[in-house]
Design a protein around this ligand. Sequence first.
Ligand SMILES: C[S@@+](CC[C@H](N)C(=O)[O-])C[C@H]1O[C@@H](n2cnc3c(N)ncnc32)[C@H](O)[C@@H]1O
Length: 285
Amino acid sequence: MHHKGSPADVIPLQYHAQMLLDERRMGAFQDAIMRVVGPGMRVLELGAGTGVLAHFAAVAGAASVTAVERELSVYEAASRALAAHGDDVRVVHGDARSFTPSGPVDVVICEMLHVGLLRERQVEVIRAFRSSYDGPPPLYLPCATIQAVQPVSQNFTFYGYTVAAPLFQEPSVTQSRTVELARPDVFQSFFYGDELPSSCAGNVVFVVQTGGTLNAVRMITKNLLTEDPEPVEWLMNYLVVPLPEPTEVAAGDTVRIRFAYRPGDEIPDLMASLHAEVLSPATSG
Ligand SMILES: C[S@@+](CC[C@H](N)C(=O)[O-])C[C@H]1O[C@@H](n2cnc3c(N)ncnc32)[C@H](O)[C@@H]1O
């Protein structure tokens, strides 16, 4: 999907329009920014994209908004759109990992998120910001990312052709190709205002509720955009990842699922680390 010679996490402008069309994402961010940002606040956005979240911050009455974007064509699109809106936003063309604001900021907005915290550099960017910034701690928006995993039986047959490939699912749609073998379990939470884990690692034991062919896991990522004055959440599209070996499981079986990768790694890195084992088959009879 990415251009030759570009980092894997480059998002071309046409995909930004898709992000702008994502109502659950946009609605949650607009709501959270309107609640958190108030008159007089200094806002920094890392990874501005088309500038829409910086625009929301300006509309919310921020005293200053600075927005950093690495991709030249995207930076140019953001600069033009923000200027056309008459927003007083300073748009900086650069890498957020090496950007340090000249003074204190009250709110840091960063949406470099992908389900599983894969592919994008959210954790790396926030960690770099925290190590170079020496003002009073800002609010982070989102403030946390909560990750869960679930064993599933996934139908990977398409037009009579079977291929176990990772796929995405819209959470609000009934997924008739997926049987949930057990309820999801949270394996990790990242709080952007605290020390951030250096790996996304799960080692979760499930008791199977519905028997079937365990052939995939579903990764579930929910971002808490703000907690205050009330929680605003953004549940991302699910990622279903095939397991190396399908296993038949029955209700009552105990299954362990393990994986470990670094935030920002690619989906194949997760797949390469993924193991499932049946610990105790349910006694039949
Ligand atoms: C998922 S998009 C979100 C864009 C925008 N904030 C929005 O919500 O529509 C993430 C953006 O971060 C930018 N980005 C990724 N890594 C970056 C980095 N190291 N420094 C600055 N921008 C970066 C990408 O080019 C992309 O525009």
